[in-house]
Write a new protein. Structure first.
Length: 110
């Protein structure tokens, strides 16, 4: 195989790898070159490390603390009562508006 034939084979292989997303191209999004994708991944890893995200997060930041109470949750009751009252007002307004609309569209015959 001559140098020109070998070079043509390499170029063809690289083009097919890019077209079918093989080799170093398999994880690269369309429209990006491998160096651009590598730069994006390096930047993302750096930001994750800077802000303690992903594999750099500490175990204490992943913990959720729950507090068990034995008493009645009056705050939740107040929110639920206010929501129910708002629903009643909304329903009443829709019913009254519907009655008014039906009365105003009737044709009077005298």
């Amino acid at each position: 195989m001559t140098k020109a034939e070998y070079r043509a084979l390499v170029l063809r292989s690289e083009a097919l790898n890019e077209k079918y997303r093989l080799g170093e191209w398999k994880n690269v999004p369309k429209g990006m070159t491998p160096p651009e994708y590598h730069a994006l991944m390096a930047r993302s890893e750096g930001l994750n490390k800077r802000y303690g995200l992903g594999k750099w997060s500490t175990a204490s930041s992943n913990r959720v603390t729950t507090v068990a109470t034995n008493g009645f949750s009056w705050g939740a009751f107040g929110i639920g009562a206010a929501a129910a009252f708002g629903l009643v007002l909304l329903t009443g307004g829709l019913v009254a508006g519907g009655r008014h609309a039906r009365q105003s569209t009737r044709v009077r015959t005298s």
